[in-house]
Design a protein around this ligand. Structure first.
Ligand code: SF4
Length: 109
């Protein structure tokens, strides 16, 4: 899948959203409904392997977030990323720094 969160029950799978590997080892039901599903979206949800300039990151993330805004499973996606403390990419419309802020706010309350 573009978001490419892998195949059920496998480890070391290729992620469609770049080539990052998360702690995920199975496909969640909500991922089937992901708006980012499909290889065409793979490059916008994770940074490239090469150096990425700040303006490139801003543009890439804006595109990814625009896809997230229309996603029916945005809440599930964000909850998942927060739960596993996913360190990379755009999940649920938030980048890694924004998710970290959410976690810090939760811990403070
Ligand atoms: S919220 Fe964004 S990253 Fe999450 S499944 Fe939907 S489109 Fe993909």
């Amino acid at each position: 899948m573009g978001i490419g969160r892998g195949s059920a029950g496998t480890q070391g799978f290729t992620l469609g959203k770049g080539e990052r590997v998360s702690a995920q080892t199975y496909e969640e039901d909500w991922q089937i409904k992901a708006a980012c599903r499909g290889p065409q979206n793979a490059v916008v949800f994770f940074p490239p392997q090469r150096f990425e300039r700040k303006h490139e990151k801003i543009e890439r993330e804006a595109l990814a977030k625009s896809i997230c805004r229309s996603c029916a499973v945005r809440r599930d996606c964000l909850d998942y990323a927060l739960t596993i403390r996913e360190p990379h990419g755009i999940w649920g419309g938030l980048n890694e720094s924004e998710r970290k802020q959410v976690l810090l706010q939760r811990e403070a309350s």
